[in-house]
Design a protein around this ligand. Structure first.
Ligand SMILES: O=c1ccn([C@H]2C[C@H](O)[C@@H](COP(=O)(O)OP(=O)(O)OP(=O)(O)O)O2)c(=O)[nH]1
Ligand SMILES: [Mg+2]
Length: 179
């Protein structure tokens, strides 16, 4: 077992498909969305943010601010997939090139870096999410089973100055190691 994909336990009975390549020499394994979801247009989201700020201004309570942050956050599409690989390998998540052209969907982090130690981490079992922003003017519906991004396994190199004392055990993703 060198590298590959598994379905995370939360989705085990939901008939998900593990990522697959669609042509003989494709570098990327296509990932499908694990859920139906709508990605609202960023224009609409920003408009809502402005309305919200005008309404609540500085007087908003911390609870209200938390609520607003929740509904206005960038969208993470769950894939229900985790990836195992060798310790000196990484899985790069890249957008499909058709997404910006046809649907106005971009990956705001440019590429996603899925670390080998993300697999089976204690926080979220290593579920891979695709961060997506809809820069178009209409909301976009994503259906369960629709291909949304692709993952490419790569080897990575260490620097001469690599400092073990800075390295902790991973317990999640998306800022789990702090700011
Ligand atoms: O598009 C992405 C990018 C990252 N991740 C997961 C896997 C990765 O191993 C982990 C951490 O990613 P990264 O190091 O890029 O983010 P961070 O903001 O530095 O978070 P952390 O503090 O958890 O390292 O989040 C995803 O599921 N999808
Ligand atoms: Mg990190």
């Amino acid at each position: 077992m060198k590298r590959g994909f598994e379905i995370v336990s939360k989705y085990k009975d939901q008939k998900l498909t593990v990522p697959y390549r669609t042509t003989v020499n494709a570098a990327g394994y296509d990932f499908e969305s694990a859920v139906d979801m709508t990605i609202p247009s960023i224009w609409k989201l920003n408009f809502l943010k402005i309305l919200w700020a005008i309404k609540h201004g500085k007087e908003a309570s911390p609870e209200k601010i938390d609520h607003a942050k929740k509904i206005l956050k960038p969208f993470l599409i769950p894939t229900g997939i985790k990836a195992y690989m060798q310790p000196d390998e990484v899985l790069i998540i890249a957008n499909r090139s058709s997404n910006p052209l046809k649907r106005g969907l971009a990956v705001p982090n440019g590429i996603g870096v899925i670390d080998a130690d993300y697999y089976n981490n204690s926080g979220n079992e290593g579920e891979i999410f695709v961060q997506i922003i809809n820069f178009g003017i209409t909301d976009i519906k994503i259906s369960k089973g629709e291909r949304i991004a692709q993952g490419i396994f790569m080897p990575y190199l260490l620097a001469d100055q690599d400092d073990h004392s800075k390295q902790k055990t991973r317990h999640g993703g998306f800022g789990s190691s702090g700011r």
